[in-house]
Design a protein around this ligand. Structure first.
Ligand code: C2E
Ligand code: CA
Ligand code: CA
Length: 929
């Protein structure tokens, strides 16, 4: 941009129109000035043209005069050549004629003869021969008359052309004072002299002059030679002949001398005419005027000239063109300037905005920089575009954290700071992030300059320019050394169960994982899940302190029972998991677990009570039952649940069908919740027969679940589940009420004084208002307490012996009969049995099953019957299927029998049919029926 335009651009306020208008105005002004200049030049040219033409005209007139003088001189020379001798008239005529032809404006060539008065008469006579009546004459107005007598006369003697001038012959020039004075002047000076203008004798309408030169003879004047010039003709011939007149816009005037001053003799005036269009004079059209004086033989002539400028040198086209072109150029210039200014302003505005943006960005940048520097965490900025990723900035936190000063760090490559870093895996991750231009994170140990270890969370992220190219990386290092130490401590704590000091679930997983790694696909790793059977009762009835003490004791016993390389973990309230590596087969693993169960089963003194701990265990093995810790634990637990189902205090190995059962359980659990509401439960009744009479004396109520899609479901599939979910409480209440109502109905119907036996689950037995609930049911149904028999299991009682005894006493006081179900399977000691206010012992069917073949089993059954008798309890055998069993039991003195040998559990109607007879039942009556 040119500087002045730049300056224009900087004027404020400066709408672009002003600059453009200024330029336009200036340009137009300049153009006008230029146009005027051009006009002036034009006019100057016109003036000089005018003057030049004037000179030419003057020269033309002058030439006329010179020619006249030449003609006179030539004529005079003729007389000189005759050297005083008489020049003849013919000689004169012969000589004059060519002169007249050459110079047409010569009116006449004359010889005046000076005649003394004494010679007048002789001359008049002599000339009368040529022209009759000849006399010397003089002017009288416009006519010639006979001259008055004077001393001498200067008469026209020879004159050419004679014919045209014949009238003038004899005219005395001295009679005309004008001529007389001229003659004398010429005589005095010896040079040609001219008259002032005088009317020509030949044509008085015309003016002319006479040019005279005296002729001397022997020193005395003898006359003169003259030429008569027609002034207008002279002017016309010379000017027109040279084409110097007659142009439009011009005027020429020739003035000849008179006594009264100059007088016009010739004029051509075309000043008002134009050779160019009138508008050419738009810038002024001056008329130049000039007057030149011409000296001619003692007289002064004037040539007056006028000329119009436009006609002389063309007109206003050039200035107009100049103006137009100038204005056009100015307009173009103005538009250009406007565009430049507008652009300039835009650029300036843009620059302004950019500058403001830049300032803001700079401020922001400083803020960011301060923010980075204020950060409590180490921040490192590295250049992503240079090899080795040199550090370009570190903040003070970095200096504090790592011990390097900024000056030391900046310019170094990242690797140089990190090469001694111990965590090469983390370093590799960060390098990969840089290579792939992505974010990265690593928890790693860093080394302080003084070689101290630091724990840090290191984040790296690409910094991109607006085009998306990564220009830098920002790395943040969070010093988590303190947190890490704390965490390690916590972890140490977190990996062990605080109560028992055993491994917790997290450590258990680790141990299983490492055992699996160690086994390396060759050996087996056994995982055992152990669940204490009645921990919850202890907790609920003896309090948490007792519960905790129980768990600690259990932990000690379990730990003591396993090997040094085994792991014991507590995974839940009363759940324990063992990791048993290096066992040759399932036998060895099962041995260890059984040893654990036995160790647990030793009586335990707790809060002044003596307890027997029992547990159920499940076993699962790597690699057959699972490839990872979670699966192995889960499968061991499935097996453990199965063990619980099958009778407590046993060990089960995991089998895939268990898993299905486990899934099954889950499905059932959902259905079970709604079963009560949907009225899906039914009671079956199984008769109890008195061996002495063969009469049905009682019935055991056994629950059935008529599932809408699964059909009839037996209690061993859902009672455990109902117990675990707590649903057993409402279900049990329903059973109790239904059974009592039914028994009352049968009694009412006259089927005799029947007892109804109802099973109580552990959960129900723990219900604090159990006794009150039973009392209300009896009251509501109107059943006598003595007609109700409650069946409870040993294990149910064992977890809280004292509590159980209290409940039993309350029930007993009420008049309700009590029965110990499944007798012989638990770990109950006979010592306790004495304290139980129980009416009936029910021999478990597992003992009956082997009767009478198994001697051990038979002996045990006999012992139980003996024991019951000793304690004055009734004894009933269940699961009696054969007549052999029946016979044996009869022989041993068993009181009652329940089993397929008499009747299966059956719905109310079928039972009623059997009761209706009122007759003793016989074995296999059903089958017979
Ligand atoms: P339990 O109290 O020992 O009940 C006796 C079980 O033995 C019944 O099985 C019965 O059908 C079966 N049984 C009777 N005679 C024979 C026989 O000659 N041979 C064989 N092999 N079995 C015989 P059920 O009805 O399947 O009941 C199983 C268990 O479910 C019961 O064992 C009991 O512990 C529980 N249970 C049943 N109903 C209830 C209930 O209403 N409440 C509670 N809490 N538990 C119940
Ligand atoms: Ca029972
Ligand atoms: Ca039983």
């Amino acid at each position: 941009m040119q500087p002045w335009i730049a300056r224009l651009g900087r004027l404020r306020p400066r709408p672009p129109e002003i600059a453009a208008a200024l330029a336009l105005l200036g340009g137009v002004g300049l153009s006008v000035a230029l146009a005027f200049g051009v006009r002036n030049a034009e006019q100057e040219r016109a003036r000089s043209e005018f003057l030049q033409r004037g000179e030419t005209r003057v020269a033309a007139i002058q030439r006329g005069f010179t020619e006249a003088l030449d003609a006179l001189a030539a004529n005079h020379a003729l007389f000189l050549a005759f050297n005083g001798q008489e020049v003849g008239r013919d000689d004169f005529a012969r000589f004059a004629r060519p002169l007249l032809q050459n110079y047409p404006y010569l009116q006449a060539v004359v010889f005046h003869r000076l005649v003394e008065d004494r010679d007048r008469a002789a001359l008049e006579r002599a000339r009368a021969r040529l022209a009759p009546g000849y006399t010397i004459r003089e002017r009288q107005g416009a006519h010639l008359v006979r001259a008055a007598r004077r001393a001498r006369y200067l008469v026209v003697d020879y004159i050419e052309p004679l014919l045209a001038n014949a009238d003038v012959l004899g005219y005395d020039a001295l009679s005309y004072p004008v001529q007389a004075r001229t003659f004398l002047r010429s005589l005095a000076s010896g040079r040609p002299a001219s008259t002032v203008l005088l009317p020509l004798l030949q044509d008085p309408g015309r003016l002319g002059v006479v040019l005279t030169m005296p002729v001397l003879r022997r020193g005395l004047p003898a006359g003169d030679v003259s030429v008569v010039l027609d002034a207008a003709n002279l002017a016309e011939r010379n000017l027109a002949g040279a084409n110097l007149v007659g142009r439009p816009g011009m005027a020429v005037e020739l003035l000849g001398p008179t006594e009264q001053g100059p007088r016009r003799v010739y004029r051509i005036d075309r000043l008002d005419e134009r050779s160019t269009p009138a508008w050419h004079g738009w810038l002024g059209d001056p008329v130049f005027r000039a007057t030149r004086r011409l000296a001619f033989a003692g007289q002064t002539w004037e040539l007056r000239m006028a000329g119009r400028s436009t006609d002389l040198a063309g007109g206003g086209a050039a200035p107009l063109m100049t103006l137009a072109l100038g204005s056009l150029l100015s307009l173009v210039l103005a538009l250009w300037i406007r565009a430049r200014v507008v652009r300039g302003q835009r650029v300036e505005a843009l620059v302004g905005r950019r500058t403001a943006d830049l300032k803001a960005a700079l401020l922001e940048l400083r803020l960011y920089r301060r923010a980075i520097d204020a950060s409590a965490n180490a921040v490192i900025l590295v250049d992503a575009r240079r090899p080795g990723y040199p550090i370009v900035h570190v903040n003070p936190a970095f200096e504090r954290m790592r011990g390097f000063t900024a000056a030391e760090a900046v310019g170094k490559r990242l690797i140089e700071l990190g090469e001694k870093e111990p965590d090469q895996v983390a370093v590799a991750e960060l390098r990969a992030a840089i290579r792939e231009r992505r974010e990265g994170h690593a928890s790693m140990r860093l080394r302080h300059r003084d070689r101290r270890d630091l724990f840090a969370e290191v984040y790296i992220a690409p910094v991109k320019d607006p085009e998306g190219h990564t220009t830098h990386f920002v790395m943040t290092q969070y010093d988590v050394t303190l947190a890490k130490r704390y965490e390690l401590e916590l972890e140490a704590k977190a990996r062990f169960d605080t109560l028992t000091g055993l491994a917790n679930r997290a450590l258990l997983h680790d141990r299983i994982d490492s055992a699996i790694n160690f086994a390396g696909g060759r050996g087996q790793v056994w995982v055992a899940a152990i669940d204490l059977d009645h921990f919850k009762f202890v907790n609920d009835t003896l309090g948490h302190g007792a519960g905790d003490a129980l768990l600690k004791a259990a932990a000690l016993r379990i730990s003591a029972a396993v090997g040094r390389s085994d792991t014991v973990a507590r995974t839940g309230g009363d759940e324990f998991v063992l990791v048993l590596p290096g066992r040759a087969g399932e036998g060895e693993a099962a041995d260890t677990v059984r040893a654990v169960l036995e160790a647990l089963a030793h009586p335990l003194e707790l809060a002044g009570q003596s307890l027997v701990l029992t547990g159920s265990a499940g076993l699962a093995a790597y690699p057959n039952d699972g490839a990872d810790a979670a699966t192995l634990i889960q499968h061991a637990e499935v097996a453990m649940y199965r063990a619980k189902e099958l009778g407590r205090n046993t060990v089960q190995f995991y089998t895939p069908t268990m898993n299905e059962r486990a899934r099954d359980r889950l499905a059932l659990e959902g259905a079970l919740r709604s079963a009560l509401l949907q009225d899906e439960f039914e009671l079956y009744y199984q008769p109890q027969v008195e061996l002495g009479t063969g009469l049905v004396v009682g019935l055991e109520a056994l629950i059935r679940w008529r599932h809408p899609s699964l059909g009839l479901i037996y209690p061993d599939r859902f009672i455990q589940l109902a117990e675990e979910t707590g649903l057993i409480v409402p279900i049990g209440a329903w059973v109790l009420r239904t059974a009592c109502r039914q028994n009352r109905a049968w009694q009412h119907a006259g089927y005799g004084p029947l007892r109804i036996a109802v099973n109580l689950s552990a959960r129900q037995f723990a219900e604090p208002n159990l006794v009150r609930e039973i009392a209300r049911v009896l009251e509501d149904t109107g059943l006598a307490a003595g007609s109700l028999e409650i069946e409870i299991t040993e294990s149910l009682v064992m977890s809280d012996i004292e509590g159980a005894i209290r409940t039993m006493i309350e029930l007993k006081d009420m008049g309700v009969q009590l029965s110990i179900d499944d007798f012989g399977t638990g770990y109950s000691s006979l010592a306790y049995l004495r304290r139980f206010p129980v009416d009936v012992l029910k021999i478990d069917r597992s003992f009956v099953r082997d009767l009478p073949a198994s001697e051990d089993g038979a002996a045990l059954v006999a012992a139980i019957i003996e024991l019951a008798r000793g304690l004055r309890m009734r004894v009933i055998a269940e699961g009696v299927e054969t007549e052999e069993q029946l016979d044996y039991l009869k022989r041993r003195g068993c009181d009652e029998v329940q089993g397929h040998v008499y009747a299966r559990a059956a719905p109310q109607r079928e039972i009623e049919a059997m009761l209706r007879s009122g007759q003793p039942v016989r074995p296999h009556m059903e089958a017979a029926r």
